[in-house]
Design a protein around this ligand. Structure first.
Ligand code: UDP
Length: 498
């Protein structure tokens, strides 16, 4: 399908240095390159190293993808050496310095672009990188924002922004077709009031930069939330729904090679999953940022154990403290669940696991990437939101799509590192939610049926002639149109001066 003009296009992709931004943008780079265009991904040296093998894999498949490392001035702003990804930050307070360091990449990026061949045709960057708009302006190329949250969240935030409704103890989101009730502090707007002035100002700047961008790409598929897509398109220009981008990963190597190196050999992982009966296992994983307190970890572990259901429990590096390790040993935990429970300490090959036929449920923190990966694999979810837009995703999963059950978290924590906050739900709540999800009754069957249908629709969206495939084509055409206009303008200027 690539035309000679589209083959000359060069997309510059710039993600915020966080797993939930880099991972989907790398996936999107592959989808774009499949349309025959050149793609360069700009990131910092440590992140470039983390993602090198993915890009090497893509190049072997003849995709024109490059990874360009750019110095990240972490030490210049006082961050510890190596702080090049949000998952290395020990507290939310450091986000301000992280943000500042990322802004300092503007000048080096401009120098880099001057020497880049072919010349970039556009910039696609994730929403917090507002300074990339100035770079795009300088080189007179369009910038598109890549959103890593759903249209439902974007539209509801848009409605709530100018109001003070979110200051109430509980409230319904007005003017939407679903009855969605939040309590204070559960929405993005509510959370902002708890954050520092610095964070508030960053969030305000992000909102303002939306108006300057040429368009917005969203990692969803239109059929998932049609009313919210239509409504959001009425308030924001040029919306392109291009997901689920994770579905670009087809073979085992690609599914394993996402984010960090997995801390389990994929063959061992697959062998364990193969040994389970179909639709039996619960996969519990809480993303790349949440720091869960020791007491909460204990409650999750006890809930998984007492559910009597086979499970894979991911304990991410920072949560795997000496306290947790000691408790697991004192409890003889792994011995007790032998044959039906597996702990992965560190990074899991999430998409590989979710795609396996033995998976029946996903106990998730409701990050948007994880949510969409669950949807596209047809796996019903147990929702355990903690902060940011995760409560929106819970409402979306449970109340709108009706493919999940709540574990019962009521209050949001302030940030991703909330050691002090203790216990959000106890082990009985974890066990009950798992049992409710496993339920063989009509409700459970309906949930599974809906999840399966959505997975089917999501796969069609990404295939040739599917809605997301066609939206990527429209995006490419949008850029080509602008290039032609620019060329026409330049020719007119030359003619005028002759
Ligand atoms: N992920 C993974 N293995 C892990 C933890 C996370 O592959 O052990 C991936 C997951 O598939 C998703 C991303 O990391 O693509 C996490 O993004 P999400 O938006 O779900 O949550 P966040 O990390 O921002 O809280």
């Amino acid at each position: 399908m690539a035309t000679s003009l589209s083959k000359q296009l060069h997309f510059l992709l710039i993600p915020l240095m966080s797993q939930s931004h880099i991972i989907p943008l790398v996936d999107f780079a592959k989808l774009l390159a499949l349309h025959g265009v050149n793609v360069s991904m700009i990131t910092t040296p440590i992140n470039a190293k983390r993602y090198k093998s993915i890009v090497t894999h893509a190049i072997k498949s003849n995709l024109k993808i490059k990874l360009i490392p750019l110095h990240f001035p972490s030490q210049e702003v006082g961050l510890p050496q190596g702080s090049e990804n949000l998952d290395t930050l020990k507290s939310l307070e450091l986000f301000k310095d992280f943000f500042l360091a990322s802004e300092m990449m503007q000048e080096p990026l401009e120098k880099l672009i001057q020497d880049l061949e072919p010349k970039p045709s556009c910039i696609i960057s994730t929403s917090p990188l507002i300074w990339t708009q100035q770079v795009a302006n300088k080189f007179k190329i369009p910038r598109y924002i890549f959103q890593t949250i759903s249209c439902f969240t974007l539209y509801c935030s848009h409605i709530l922004n100018p109001t003070k409704i979110h200051d109430r103890d509980s409230f319904l989101i007005p003017n939407i077709p679903h009855k969605i009730e939040f309590t204070k502090g559960q929405t993005l707007n509510g959370n902002i009031t708890k954050q520092s002035q610095d964070m508030q100002s960053i969030i305000d700047q992000i909102k303002q930069s939306q108006d300057l961008a040429r368009g917005t790409l969203i990692n969803i598929f239109e059929e998932l939330e049609p009313w919210y897509v239509d409504s959001y398109k009425k308030v924001v220009n040029n919306v392109f729904c291009v997901g689920p981008v994770s579905l670009c990963n087809k073979d085992i190597d690609e599914m394993v090679d996402r984010g960090n190196k997995a801390s389990i050999d994929e063959h061992i992982c697959l062998k364990w999953l193969d040994s389970m009966k179909p639709k039996l296992v619960v996969y519990a994983c809480f993303g790349s940022l949440c720091q869960i307190s020791f007491l909460q970890m204990k409650e999750i572990g006890l809930g998984l154990e007492s559910s009597n259901v086979p499970f894979i429990w991911i304990i991410r590096g920072l949560n795997f403290t000496l306290e947790v390790e000691k408790w697991l040993m004192d409890e003889n935990f792994e011995e007790k669940v032998k044959g039906r429970g597996m702990i992965i300490r560190g990074w899991a090959p999430q998409v590989l696991i979710l795609s396996h036929p033995s998976i029946r449920g996903f106990l998730t923190h409701c990050g948007w990437n994880s949510t969409l990966e669950g949807i596209s694999c047809g796996v019903p979810m147990i929702t355990f939101p903690m902060f940011a837009e995760q409560f929106y995703n819970q409402k979306f999963i449970v109340n709108i799509l009706k493919i999940g059950v709540r574990v019962g978290v009521e209050v949001s924590i302030n940030s991703w590192n909330e050691e002090k906050n203790g216990v959000l739900v106890n082990n009985d709540q974890v066990k009950n939610a798992i049992n409710q999800l496993m339920d063989k009754g009509l409700e459970g069957e309906e949930r599974r049926k809906r999840a399966k249908e959505l997975a089917h629709i999501s796969k069609k969206a990404i295939q040739e002639e599917g809605s997301s495939y066609l939206n990527i084509k429209l995006l490419i055409e949008d850029i080509m149109e602008q290039l032609k206009d620019k060329e026409g303008e330049a020719n007119n200027n030359v003619a005028r001066t002759m």
